[in-house]
Design a protein around this ligand. Structure first.
Ligand code: KG4
Ligand code: ZN
Length: 337
């Protein structure tokens, strides 16, 4: 049996995991930097890189301890080397190279977006390919035809903001803090989703593309009227909750409809959904209802595997089996795919 140690530092979570070539996850440790970035209302790349430098080795130690595996027993190092913030990725990639070199074991570089889909495979405990894959995170919103874990064909992406970015920006407009997704979800639970009829771009036109920036602007104007520059965020109460609920249902409607269109277009009967926004409970419920109606099988990981983590880098096992090892000059690649 081969033990893998995987590192994730693409954005603002420093994570390490230990798993086996049989896809048993022995530990998964995530150190969030939310507190460091909250006062800026978003992730500050330089602060993220420096925090990864401080956190990475303690997180690796913790992952090894929890897995009860010694560093010398690790047979392969995996790292998300793309996409992400370049300075943040560099910390994980440099550490992974040093570990692989020092231990004399292979290094495997994996794509963070493909790993979000692979989290579904990991949680399912069985093969889920071929499937339609939806990745909805802070940086990405995209639909794929996933023939195998390593061959993802883009069906369509966002033209502007990612879904998670829209949640974060709407949270800022409503004064709900950072990160926005969970805060908007909590607020929306108190509101009326029918109170505002927000736009649902490209809903019925068959294009497998997304656009969320107009929706965010519509929330801004519904919140403040035309006087957006002077306005302070609304305080707690029905107005704020109604805006959050109406925004959230518009995002959910678009994501569910695009998944339905992708299933019909590809003729596939499995849908795998990953990324931070897939932690959203109303989205999970609506996707489930759609898949039941369409006769499709839905795969969404538990919440701990939706948001950024290193266990999903078990995708590296697929590359390792094929002997697809990274060269010593493996680089951090900020652009995706
Ligand atoms: O996948 P992820 O952890 O990091 C990236 O790769 O970007 O996704 C983070 C994003 C953030 O925008 C966050 O607001 C959003 O996922 N998010 C949510 C929820 N939990 C996290 N969005 C909606 N509802 C949630 N419950
Ligand atoms: Zn992610």
């Amino acid at each position: 049996m081969t033990h893998f140690l995987a590192l994730e530092t693409s954005c603002d979570e420093t994570a390490a995991a230990v798993f086996t070539d049989e896809l048993a996850v022995l530990s998964s440790v995530v150190a969030s930097q939310t507190d460091l970035h909250a006062k800026f209302g978003g992730v500050v790349p330089e602060i993220a890189s420096r925090a990864h430098l401080r956190n990475l080795l303690p997180v690796v130690d913790e992952a090894l301890t929890r897995a009860n595996v010694a560093l010398n027993d690790i047979g392969c190092i995996a790292v998300h080397n793309t996409p992400g913030l370049v300075g943040a990725l560099l910390v994980g990639v440099s550490a992974a190279k040093a570990l692989a070199l020092g231990l004399g074991v292979p290094l495997v570089g994996v794509n963070h977006v493909a790993s979000h889909i692979y989290a579904c495979r990991l949680a399912a405990g069985c093969d889920i390919f071929p499937c339609v894959g939806l990745v909805v995170s802070g940086g990405h919103t995209a639909l794929f035809r996933c023939d195998t874990p390593l061959s993802l064909h883009l069906l369509g992406g966002t033209r502007d903001d990612a879904a998670g970015e829209a949640f974060d920006k709407v949270a800022a407009i409503l004064g709900l803090g950072f990160p926005g997704g969970p805060a908007v979800e909590r607020e929306a639970a108190q509101g009326n989703p029918k109170s505002h009829d927000f736009p649902r771009p490209f809903l019925d036109d068959g294009r497998l593309e997304f656009s969320f920036s107009g929706l965010k602007t519509a929330v801004l104007y519904a919140c403040h009227g035309q006087d957006v520059k002077k306005a302070a965020p609304p305080g707690p109460g029905p107005k704020r909750a109604d805006l959050a609920a109406s925004f959230q249902v518009a995002v959910v409607d678009v994501l569910v409809m695009k998944c339905k269109q992708a299933l019909r277009k590809t003729g596939l009967t499995r849908l795998a959904v990953g990324g931070g926004v897939s932690a959203n409970k109303p989205l999970r419920a609506a996707l489930n209802a759609m898949c039941v109606k369409e006769g499709a099988e839905l795969f969404i990981p538990p919440l701990s595997l939706c948001t950024d983590n290193a266990a999903m880098a078990a995708l590296a096992v697929e590359k390792w089996k094929r002997g697809e090892f990274a060269p010593p000059e493996l680089d951090a690649e900020p652009n995706w795919l």
